[in-house]
Design a protein around this ligand. Structure first.
Ligand SMILES: Nc1ncnc2c1ncn2[C@@H]1O[C@H](COP(=O)(O)OP(=O)(O)OP(=O)(O)O)[C@@H](O)[C@H]1O
Length: 455
């Protein structure tokens, strides 16, 4: 994945047709994508349409000069590296060009191989700057890798699949209930891929307000909407060369689905408020806890996009279907020196964990705060877990769910209502107990039209 092996997108801006065409042919033969412009206006038109890695700009153009074009490129925040060409070497010209943000300066005549080499250096410099920005963004976003705990048959099969799909570079869809470890698996896939040392960027479509998803994913230009006070690259650009984990893809607004489809098809995208095409090289790993076929059937998700992201799919089993892993997870998350009383342990092993591993971690954390003397008792566990332990039933849902209800949605909505009641309508606490984001709880309440009137 090193830069120099890849072709560059180049723009040659030169009014001397012979020179321009010879240079373009040379660069094309070397495998680069080249566009030509004979004046500054034509160059700006090209830049408005497409992103270029490097522009080679003659200083003496008819109309706007090369330096004026350079100024315009910087004013419009076009992130293309510019190399200035001139017929005569004067220190003043060079200094002026560099001051305006040119990254290099060449005096004619020169061998074309030299221009290619300078373009590579310019591109590499641009890439390093971009990588710096990416690393800064990653420092804010990346958490240290966590080991995936599990020895059940389902988890062993999952580990096998991760190793198999990791190196393929194909788009992957991870399906599983909330809290089953989809993000953890996405990171493990990235670690098994040739992008392991490249950025891993995550975005959660459910955690962002709908109006922000587009600019977060695709970036925006300064002034493209109220509040866009500066140009900002989107997460696709931040993840360039690496992996973008799109969590809760089922929540991606319909209007953005064609845009995502385009990136998946040919790696091209446009920032909000820009006509300029840019190309990115990003592997997408998506995750969902929804039944995507149902989403397609009701028209909430595009079928063509589904097939694009679902080139390979992994299904994470819920914790209640791999109970053998519960003791291992408890051991993993409970700090050394802590003990659990047998009936409390029994409750932890018996409960159904609708919020899966995340909910189990929360319960353990909560218990260690409540407990005395490093000993967890039944009293330190959440009510619903205790009830499961004492009744010996696996389902905390037994009370609100009628026997004739069999649709998963009904069970989910009944369980949410029960937890809301238990938390006296406090949605933040209810979301925590359910092991889901608060925003997601709001969406579910709206979707199922759940009414809790404080009784
Ligand atoms: N098998 C596992 N081993 C260790 N930790 C796990 C495991 N599964 C999940 N976790 C932990 O549980 C928490 C939730 O996992 P994660 O965020 O990957 O779930 P998710 O399926 O992506 O959830 P959501 O759909 O709500 O986004 C994280 O802290 C993660 O580290």
């Amino acid at each position: 994945m090193t830069g120099p092996a890849l072709p560059m997108d180049l723009l040659i801006v030169e009014d001397d047709r012979d020179f321009r065409e010879t240079a373009a042919q040379w660069m094309t033969r070397k495998g680069h994508h080249v566009e030509q412009a004979e004046n500054a206006q034509e160059a700006l038109n090209h830049c408005a349409r497409k992103h270029f890695d490097v522009a080679i700009v003659d200083m003496n153009l008819p109309g706007l000069s090369g330096l004026e074009l350079l100024q315009q490129i910087r004013d419009e925040n076009i992130d293309t590296e510019v190399i200035i060409l001139t017929g005569e070497a004067t220190v003043e010209n060079a200094v002026q060009a560099m001051k305006l943000g040119a990254c290099d300066y060449l005096t004619k005549p020169f061998p074309l191989a030299e221009v290619e080499q300078r373009c590579r250096m310019a591109w590499e410099r641009g890439r390093l700057q971009k990588e710096n920005r990416q690393l800064r963004a990653l420092l804010e976003r990346n958490r240290p890798a966590t080991r995936i705990v599990g020895e059940s048959a389902g988890m062993k099969e999952l580990f096998r699949l991760i190793e198999r799909v990791g190196p393929t570079d194909k788009a992957i869809l991870i399906q599983g209930e909330s809290g089953t470890g989809k993000e953890l698996v996405a990171r493990a896939i990235q670690q098994c891929s040739h992008r392991a040392d490249r950025p891993f960027v995550t975005v959660n479509c459910a955690a962002l307000p709908e109006q922000l998803v587009e600019s977060e994913l695709f970036g925006h230009e300064k002034g493209s909407f109220t509040g866009a006070t500066a140009t900002k690259p989107g997460l696709f650009e931040v993840a360039d060369g690496g992996t973008l984990f799109v969590d809760e893809i089922g929540e991606l607004p319909g209007a953005l689905q064609p845009k995502l489809l385009r990136v998946l098809e040919d790696g091209s995208l446009r920032r909000v408020g820009s006509h300029r095409e840019r190309r990115v090289n990003v592997r997408i790993i998506a995750a969902t806890n929804r039944d995507m076929e149902e989403e397609i059937a009701v028209g909430r998700f595009r079928e063509d996009l589904y097939y694009r992201i679902n080139v390979m799919s992994l299904v994470l089993p819920p914790l209640r279907e791999r109970r053998d892993d519960i003791p291992l997870l408890i051991e993993h998350f409970l700090e050394a020196g802590w003990q659990i009383e047998p009936d409390a342990r029994q409750a932890l092993l018996t409960y159904d964990w609708p919020g899966n591993v995340r909910q189990l971690i929360n319960a353990i954390e909560r218990a260690t705060i409540m407990a005395d003397d490093k000993l967890i008792t039944l009293d330190d566990l959440p009510h619903e877990v205790v009830r499961a332990g004492s009744s010996g039933t696996h389902a905390p849902l037994a009370s609100p769910v009628q026997e004739d209800i069999c649709k998963l949605e009904d069970i989910e909505s009944a369980h949410i209502l029960q937890v809301l009641k238990q938390e006296k309508g406090n949605k933040a606490r209810a979301a925590r107990a359910l092991g889901i984001h608060r925003r997601k709880l709001y969406r579910l309440i709206e979707r199922y039209n759940i009414q809790w009137n404080g009784d």
